[in-house]
Design a protein around this ligand. Sequence first.
Ligand SMILES: NC(=O)c1ccc[n+]([C@@H]2O[C@H](COP(=O)([O-])OP(=O)(O)OC[C@H]3O[C@@H](n4cnc5c(N)ncnc54)[C@H](OP(=O)(O)O)[C@@H]3O)[C@@H](O)[C@H]2O)c1
Length: 344
Amino acid sequence: MNLSQNNFKHILEVKKLLIIGGTRFVGRNLLEKLIHNHPHYSVTLFNRGITNPHLFPEINKIFGDRKNIEDISKIATTFWDCIIDISGYWPDALEQQLNIHKGNFDKYIYISTCSHYVFHPNHPHLIHEDEPTVTCTEEEKHSEGLQYYNQKKAECERILLETIDNLIILRPGLIIGKYDSTDRLYYWLHKVFSQEKILLAEACKNAISFTYVADLVNIITYFIENTGKHKIYNASSYKAAIEDFVQMSITTLDKQPALIYATHSFLEEHQVEEWVDLPLCLNGTYLTVNSMRLWNELPFRPSSLEQSFAQMIDFYTQERCWETPNVTPPAMTADREKQLLEKF
Ligand SMILES: NC(=O)c1ccc[n+]([C@@H]2O[C@H](COP(=O)([O-])OP(=O)(O)OC[C@H]3O[C@@H](n4cnc5c(N)ncnc54)[C@H](OP(=O)(O)O)[C@@H]3O)[C@@H](O)[C@H]2O)c1
């Protein structure tokens, strides 16, 4: 075959991608990128058709529940060049799926998490990929729903590592950005936008590892085309504290709210749970990872905090129009915050 025949062959080889999930947050961002920048891929979505079913009418969709063996059979007979698994939370379902698939794919990219490490709250350090992840008991493994999230994500990784050679496991930090359906970061930006007094926790000063969703999408698209030197990568963009986002919002939105910081003991006394009631405020600095393995290997850099923040402010201004956040899991109500602020 001469060079021009070779090029022609390359053009004819359309990569077939299967995305399991794809319509809420990470997947939605990924789909937008693939449609705009990689129209030569043949993309198929597999999900139940419950979350945002109106999105991506031009994309081939197969509907089914990944926990249901008959539904999963619908994707098992086709050969996929790459499966991108964004909604893998259930080890039993994953085992069943891989059993049916029996290697009917070339590459598997799994979106995991970095919250499944065995953290050392008293000796915080930037955790690297070779450190242990949490164990998963039989009861946890077989449990339904999203309980035991970290244990089940860790177990899904172990199953994949035992079964698949051409595998990329990405472990993002706390993911933020456009279409974040949890509204946890937006809670804080919206507070600055709309309130004269804001209750924060001292813990809002603690940094954690964040992954900007646009970076994660770029990382996934890189690995669709390229082989990794490793199978597992931490995938965070930067470390930041909620206080950083609050301060940047104050400057960008030109607001001057009074910031009232509550101590951990005050919050405990009033049964306020950091992280949930005051989203993303972690009472410790242990949720931080080292992502240098990834960034040393990729030909591009992660977004800076400032760059990603500016894009998020644009999104919340233009597309969300500063509507009231709908935080998942539910954060403290405005009334409760008011009651607590009266104590200062
Ligand atoms: N958010 C964070 O801060 C964070 C941090 C670290 C890692 N992660 C990981 O990042 C991923 C992010 O998820 P995302 O919600 O943004 O992904 P997404 O792919 O945008 O949305 C989730 C998709 O999964 C589908 N789905 C849910 N249950 C299903 C089932 N039983 N069978 C088939 N499809 C199902 C949903 O569609 P239907 O409902 O229509 O089925 C939806 O399309 C997760 O793997 C999470 O563990 C998240």
